[in-house]
Write a protein that binds this ligand. Sequence first.
Ligand SMILES: Nc1ncnc2c1ncn2[C@@H]1O[C@H](COP(=O)(O)OP(=O)(O)OP(=O)(O)O)[C@@H](O)[C@H]1O
Ligand SMILES: [Zn+2]
Length: 723
Amino acid sequence: MPVLVPVAVETAYSYRVPAGTRLEPGTIVQIPLGNRQVVGAVWEPGIWEGGGGKPVDPSKLREILHVFDVPPIDGRMRRFIDWVARWTMAPPGMVLRMVLRVPEALEPEPPLKGVRLAGAPPERMTKARARVLDLFEENPSWSKTGLATAAGVSPGVVDGLIDAGTLGIVPLPAAPPAPVPEADWNRRDLSPAQMAAAEDITATVAERRFSVTLLDGVTGAGKTEVYFEAVAEALRRGRQALVLLPEIALTSEFLQRFEERFGCRPGEWHSDVPPKQRVRLWRGVIDGSVRVVVGARSALFLPFPELGLIVVDEEHDPAYKQDDRVAYHARDMAVVRGHIAGFPVILSSATPSIETRHNADTGRYRRIELPDRASGAALPDIHAIDMRRGGPTRGRWLAPALTRAVGEALARDEQALLFLNRRGYAPLTLCRSCGHRFECPDCSAWLVEHRFRSVLTCHHCGFSMPTPEACPSCGDVDSLTACGPGVERIAEEAAADFPDARIIVLSSDMPGGTRRLRAELKAIAGGEGDIIIGTQLVAKGHNFPKLKVVGVVDADLGLSTADPRAAERTFQLISQVTGRAGRKDGAGVGYLQTYMPDHPVMRALVSGDRESFYATELEARERSAMPPFARLASLLVTGPDRPLTEGFARELARAAPHQDGVHVLGPADPPLAVIRGRHRQRLLVHADRAADIQAYLHRWLAAGPVPKKGVRLAIDVEPLSFM
Ligand SMILES: Nc1ncnc2c1ncn2[C@@H]1O[C@H](COP(=O)(O)OP(=O)(O)OP(=O)(O)O)[C@@H](O)[C@H]1O
Ligand SMILES: [Zn+2]
């Protein structure tokens, strides 16, 4: 039987089925692979057999070692795995590996050991022993620690009773399955616009057919409440539902809202979920006891047997794209999963991606608009601060107009948010005497100063060194100077201007990790903190009722890159972050510090005219033949040194087949030419919309050189990152 194995090979391997067993495709099995034992899944013949395979001598086949007692991966899930592998050009076994992420879930949970009455009372009765035995009137079986705690005795007392034969050990029943969310637990009053939107998408769930709906509503429109109604409908119809969020670890508020609406928490799936809980969730998903999962992008690969809805919240968020190993976009693959299994997909955003908006414009996706905020509050007023005229004095980063607005907010007991998408104190440190710049020894990147921790660190590989007092190049003391601001530097300036204000700095690398960030975000939502200073993680979906003023310290930051999506990203990020202002009762204001107030992105933001942004950007993409009007694929070559890397990339380029409508660009140095000591070269395939880019790549790779001597090739179809 063909079995997909979780390694990077293009085909399935054949194994012998143990005598007397019949295995259907999808069965999860343990098989020998070299001298290891791995987990794989039985697959249908013919799909991943490969072209040049010679028939294997049946007597040489190795046997399947073990069949796991879990439901098989169903046919729709198998087609989905096949599809993702074909689309991303990843080996199918590597996609399967994402599905079988928690092998511990394949074995039944070991039963918990408990104790119950088993014999006569002990000869020697003490007060402690009596207290323990009394508890069996309440409950016939106890866990050992539970019993000792309830009786207020040491575990030794319980052990003594076991030794005396009074108590015996019994297996306790397994933990009950996750609570089932109730569709009609607590329906919230929706605004008329929300109601209409909810009716519309609920109908798509009821139809049980594939469709994609873009829920396109301004920041604070109440999109969450609307798609909750779709989740409720899936529950009513006995289907499972999946909600994807880009930054689930940080959104405890979301889980609370879910609980208010459905009476219990959903299943959670992301990197911060403890291993044991993940194991339970995976099993609960495949056996159907978990009905709703809220998760990060990898939740898309959970083996739901009865999935009837996927919601992709903040569908524009780049966090949905995985760049390494299997390079997939969870939003696009969610649409594929819906298509294969025949259920609706909802994409929700206040700033839809250009791709999604184009699909809505051309009628491929449905679109529902929510033009106003649910609370009735107005959207924030956005002002541009022209840094050429109204900028700050030398050595400062906040313009007088912005500082004034922050001061006024504080005087009204409101919160202000200063947004800068740069961690640390300063992005570059140099020596005033000799011009020496601090660079990472392993990456082509500057070291970023983190003054709170007194280190210079690399944001690409994590290299870190104490900030020296003298320049390592010329030896001058006190000659080092910080160039440009990061959030820590803005915090320093704000603290100097507002010594009485409570300032909270939020960035992903703060000590304390996710738990601390969660706690801080909750505190801010509860009204604590006067000035919040943060990187892009403050832009994501939060509701801060007291927040009125948002200042974008460097609105041009994202525009200065060569990324074809620079304008789109900047528009999305700034709309999202300013969209945190005035969500409850309006009167929010946003200030954009920019040297380019006439740039179309700044104009669209200031005028609040989303439509003009989308029209201009779509036209620009079409004119320059960029996605979604063309297709791209990136081939990233990495190697231990520059000659090997460049040599392979050139050889690969020479092997590119000729095809009308397809162009190969490069090889070229990406902006980050070295990361962690590995040299990088990028080739880019640009193809007409109608071209089959995967077929082209297959032909190319079959004809091209094979990477060796530590050189590796990574393919990314429709890449988002060009760094
Ligand atoms: N019908 C309603 N009446 C009053 N308040 C509501 C209603 N629906 C939602 N809200 C509130 O409005 C706020 C914004 O809702 P929600 O977070 O769903 O918006 P959103 O559209 O997802 O916004 P964003 O895209 O900015 O994340 C929340 O505080 C929510 O509790
Ligand atoms: Zn580095």
